[in-house]
Design a protein around this ligand. Structure first.
Ligand SMILES: CC(C)(COP(=O)(O)OP(=O)(O)OC[C@H]1O[C@@H](n2cnc3c(N)ncnc32)[C@H](O)[C@@H]1OP(=O)(O)O)[C@@H](O)C(=O)NCCC(=O)NCCS
Length: 195
């Protein structure tokens, strides 16, 4: 289904196997060292528990730009928040620098804003903060540490050297700004997962 600006959109869980394979091929092209070449059947890119929505652009049969929105419910400061974050933001190396990443992130961000999510929350490497600010008006939340969970081995933004990006979308989140903007926020994810 078209989202906007030529970007396609699909619930990852409903994407046909061939499309999932083309997502995985893009991830391999974007990071061939870390990602083995996908075989006929591919491992899921996203944990089904996080209800991923995929935004993507094709050139012919190939997927050349991709971003997923992952969603979950968290508890923070005795309140419940619906959160959404970007993940697997990728452009084929041959197509970089032509605005595909910006347009894909912009479409995914618009979707988050209209989805009813209270807040958008994810991390990135510090040099990429400018890209996300321009693509989706994502500001750096300098006083937040994001943690994957409470276990000793859980991933954390400060240990990973990442910056936290956060946007508040609903009146519920805006009212909670004082307890959200200077805090350690627990994503309560399985060990090894992060946003
Ligand atoms: C980041 C990425 C998706 C951008 O895709 P793209 O299609 O080239 O994006 P656009 O053409 O819309 O925008 C490119 C801008 O991002 C900047 N950019 C891209 N990668 C960057 C990086 N690693 N550090 C700093 N800036 C970066 C470019 O300098 C460019 O800036 P400009 O607009 O001022 O010239 C792509 O480079 C990529 O797939 N990188 C590898 C995977 C990755 O790091 N993903 C992000 C995970 S948080």
């Amino acid at each position: 289904m078209p989202a906007s600006d030529g970007i396609e959109q699909v619930f990852y869980s409903e994407a046909p196997p061939d499309l999932r394979r083309r997502f995985a091929l893009l991830r391999h092209r974007a990071d061939p060292v870390l990602r083995p070449m996908p075989g006929e059947t591919v491992r899921d890119l996203h944990d089904p528990a996080l209800s991923a929505v995929s935004f993507y652009t094709c050139s012919g049969e190939a997927v050349i730009s991709y971003a997923a929105v992952l969603r979950k419910t968290i508890r923070h400061a005795a309140q419940t928040f619906e959160i959404a974050g970007l993940s697997a933001v990728l452009t084929d190396p041959e197509f970089r620098g032509r605005g595909f990443g910006r347009r894909t992130v912009a479409a995914a961000t618009r979707w988050i804003g209209e989805s009813g999510a209270d807040l958008g929350l994810f991390t990135c490497d510090p040099p990429l903060a400018r890209f996300y600010a321009r693509a989706g008006a994502w500001p750096v939340a300098g006083n937040i540490v994001l943690i994957g969970g409470r276990s000793a081995t859980a991933l954390r933004s400060d240990m990973l050297g990442k910056v936290v990006l956060m946007r508040l979308f609903t009146p519920h989140a805006m009212a909670a700004e004082p307890v959200l903007s200077q805090a350690t926020i627990d994503l309560d994810l399985p060990d090894g997962q992060f946003l």
